[in-house]
Design a protein around this ligand. Sequence first.
Ligand code: PEP
Length: 245
Amino acid sequence: MPRQFFVGGNFKMNPASREAKRTLIKTLNDAALDPSVGAQITFRFLTVYLTKDVKVAAQNCYVKLSGAFTGEISPSQLADAGIPYVVLGHSERRTLFHESSELVAQKTRVALDNGLSVILCVGETLSEREAEKTKEVVEKQLEPVTQQLKEADWQKIVIAYEPVWAIGTGKVASSAQAQQAHADIRAFLVKAVSPAVAESTRIIYGGSVTASNCKELATQKDVDGFLVGGASLKPEFVDIINATK
Ligand code: PEP
């Protein structure tokens, strides 16, 4: 079965004003979005809007279900709020909040156990790429997840390959670089999980995707969609959702 193209918009802690938020949601509500694309938006906690074709995801969740963890939100609280997806392991979480791959894997387990699907982010830094360690770094990030998950769990995982050097920098990976990294991830899944999971798991690309580069990236065989930061705040996000049209 072909993998359904999947596009996520990561609003991070944006937009700052209520007016800008309204405009953005109106743009998405009014747009003709390709109905064959699974589109998700990641909102800040508790800032949930219902839109026509777009579903809401959270940008993070905690590894525990309840307790004295001020400022955190549990996967069960997200599920109770009707939020179907959570983004885990974003490079900003790994770097700024020191989240290890082991913690990301535990969070993934708990999120799945509580009914959420997970957009799982991996990716190398510039120095790791320059040292030709991309494959090794990404596999190390994925390994703890493969240990936590059973084969059936993978139906609820989307892997986002997001090279850190491309996030928010305007330096998009070339389509060849993206394709190579995605093909390597798929080959890793064959080995670490199963050929069936490798074939069915969506691997989306993130890092300076725009309306002008999305179409070429989308032609790559192993690029199954996008995770979009900056451009998801602009009307061009509609063109990115419709990249395969
Ligand atoms: C992101 O934050 O996940 C991202 C891909 O950002 P940008 O599109 O701005 O590079």
